[in-house]
Design a protein around this ligand. Structure first.
Ligand SMILES: Cc1cc2nc3c(=O)[nH]c(=O)nc-3n(C[C@H](O)[C@H](O)[C@H](O)COP(=O)(O)OP(=O)(O)OC[C@H]3O[C@@H](n4cnc5c(N)ncnc54)[C@H](O)[C@@H]3O)c2cc1C
Ligand SMILES: NC(=O)c1ccc[n+]([C@@H]2O[C@H](COP(=O)([O-])OP(=O)(O)OC[C@H]3O[C@@H](n4cnc5c(N)ncnc54)[C@H](OP(=O)(O)O)[C@@H]3O)[C@@H](O)[C@H]2O)c1
Length: 501
């Protein structure tokens, strides 16, 4: 914590038992300092994204362009008297995973796993390997006893400091589904500090497209999101259009070639690094959709169209959602959807105005491994054993301001941390420096080295082969990209080599 700040944090609630929650619990426990650590998880087991749901519940109707805080993922109404028992909630909470049956990891295991334990095997393992890994991580670190499962954080409200200059605390309103009695049990808890490890791949995003909302109403069930995609058999002989060209769009399109009517159509807004000059056999590329018409016609920006499409699969990603954040009690929103960022944040982890609130797992960058650095930095900071204090609030504000300016100038997203120019390593190094060493008696985790082997794996092991790799990296005299055939590419920003993560 910065010089002038109070350091007495003794109880910490971690929300979410995915990879981020797993390593955060381990880091806090290793300090042997905190008197109370609890991990609240809404699912029946740890694992987060990797908890496969073979038969997912249907998603609520698609609402194109609508944001989670515009009625897509509204908060539940908290009973006026607590504790309380109520009939079980029926509102959809997006708690199931987007992972599909054939999914394997897309980051080499040496770079994806936490530094102290490797995956059972790699480099690109089936989805149940990371699930087993996260679950074992809790038992291995004896943090499984800290888990409170089937329990959703429904409201998070700040408790102002008891005295001037003191630390704020947090009131949590929790809801546990009691499967035996088929009731929801609601109660409150207070903690000195809270770490949000609730992930950001739960609430599907479908962009606004003229006519899409009416198309969804006219052809119920025809438009779906990749969150509920599980296997290609369901689409046998169907005429399918996929929208999106990142990891989900690529995988779903490639997999559907085995069963769907050919060609499988894929609408791409931009090329990915693994695209060649023409689509693979069985796939037809289309540009962005211009409009959906009520006679079923789908018109693209180049004036071409498709009729009689059986299924449209939006693989357009996800938006973060914080329905538990009590804007009124906390004095401000947590997240700005227009700007695409956490407000008043610092280093994608801390908050300028809430010293006892933090987020682990938010930036889009190396996943598990980077969560480890965030977790260790927080564990050291709140135990007062950190090496480097957080900078004064003015400097944290400057960091935020300068990052906003950089994004406005260069494009990209506030919480995307690219690999190629060294930004990821710079960010991790900042956390490494804050954390510092453990005590002589061995209390506290020491932030690990990234190591040449990890860096080599990230830069050389690719799940998705990149056609003509190397050629695309050629530059002409003015630093512009040169393709294999010698043409200079204009107006196409090359994606970061780890942009798919
Ligand atoms: C389809 C898909 C494939 C992916 N593949 C890869 C890959 O190959 N390699 C890779 O490195 N990354 C991959 N990722 C990214 C993946 O999300 C991260 O690897 C990592 O699992 C994120 O962990 P997390 O703990 O931050 O979030 P999550 O795994 O989402 O965990 C968050 C947890 O918080 C819980 N939670 C949420 N809200 C509440 C609440 N209010 N109260 C209580 N609990 C709550 C959730 O139930 C969940 O268990 C993939 C993501 C997706 C969607
Ligand atoms: N392990 C695996 O193999 C695997 C598989 C699937 C997903 N994942 C992970 O899951 C996470 C989410 O991946 P994702 O592919 O679902 O989502 P994503 O990476 O966020 O990609 C969203 C896609 O939708 C496109 N898009 C967004 N808005 C659009 C619009 N208005 N019109 C047209 N296109 C639009 C984007 O185009 P632009 O590129 O032009 O922005 C992009 O291609 C990532 O972390 C990914 O690594 C991993």
């Amino acid at each position: 914590m910065s010089g002038e700040r109070e350091t007495r944090v003794k109880s910490v609630a971690i929300i979410g038992a995915g990879a981020a929650g797993a390593v955060t619990a381990a880091a806090l426990k290793a300090e042997n300092y905190y008197e109370r650590i609890q991990v609240y998880e809404r699912r029946e087991s740890p694992g987060g994204t990797w908890l496969y749901d073979g038969d997912p519940r249907p998603l609520p109707p698609i609402r194109p362009g609508k944001l989670p805080n515009e009625g897509v993922d509204p908060p539940l109404k908290v009973p006026s008297q607590l504790p309380q028992t109520t009939p079980p909630n029926q509102q959809h909470r997006y708690d199931q995973t987007p992972v599909y049956s054939s999914l394997t990891t897309n980051v080499p295991d040496i770079a994806m796993a936490f530094s102290d334990t490797r995956f059972a095997y790699g480099p690109f393992a089936p989805h149940y390997v990371p699930r087993q890994y996260i679950q074992n991580y809790f038992s291995q670190n004896k943090t499984d006893s800290l888990l409170v499962l089937n329990t959703t954080l429904e409201d998070l409200s700040r408790i102002p400091p008891a005295e001037k200059g003191g630390l704020e605390r947090w009131k949590l309103t929790l809801r546990k589904y009691d499967a035996l009695r088929h009731v929801d049990i609601w109660w409150e808890e207070e903690f000195d500090a809270v770490i949000l490890a609730t992930g950001h791949y739960s609430v599907p995003y479908v962009p606004y497209v003229p006519g899409l909302a009416e198309y969804v109403d006219t052809f119920p069930g025809r438009v779906v999101h990749s969150k509920n995609y599980r296997a290609p058999l369901l689409y046998a002989d169907k005429k399918v259009l996929i929208i999106g060209n990142s990891a989900s769009g690529h995988d779903v399109t490639a997999e559907l070639v085995s069963t769907a009517q050919l060609p499988v159509y894929q609408s791409r807004r931009s090329a990915s690094r693994w695209d060649g000059d023409s689509p693979p056999p069985g796939i037809a590329w289309k540009p962005v959709i211009k409009e959906f018409q009520l006679d079923g016609r789908i018109v693209f920006e180049d004036g071409t169209h498709l009729d009689d499409v059986d299924t449209v699969i939006y693989c357009t990603g996800y938006l973060p959602s914080f329905p538990y954040w009590n804007t009124q009690a906390n004095g401000r929103p947590l997240y700005d959807y227009k700007a695409g960022r956490l407000l008043k944040g610092y280093w994608h982890t801390f908050f300028q105005d809430f010293q006892t609130l933090a987020v682990v797992g938010f930036p889009r960058t190396l996943t598990f491994r980077s969560f480890e650095y965030q977790a260790i930095a927080l564990a050291r900071l709140w135990s007062g054993r950190n090496t480097l204090p957080l900078p004064p609030v003015e400097e944290q504000e400057k960091w935020e301001r300068e990052r906003v300016e950089k994004i406005e100038r260069e494009g990209g997203k506030f919480h995307d941390i690219p690999w190629d120019e060294g930004e990821t390593l710079g960010w991790i190094d900042g956390l490494f420096r804050i954390a510092g060493l453990g005590t002589l008696k061995g209390e506290g985790r020491v932030p690990p080295a990234i190591g040449e082997d990890v860096i080599w794996a990230l830069e050389h092991l690719r799940k998705y082969p990149e056609p003509g790799k190397g050629e695309g990296d050629k530059k002409d005299g003015e630093g512009r990209e040169v393709e294999a055939d010698g043409w200079v590419v204009l107006g196409r920003k090359k994606k970061d080599s780890l942009a798919f993560i």
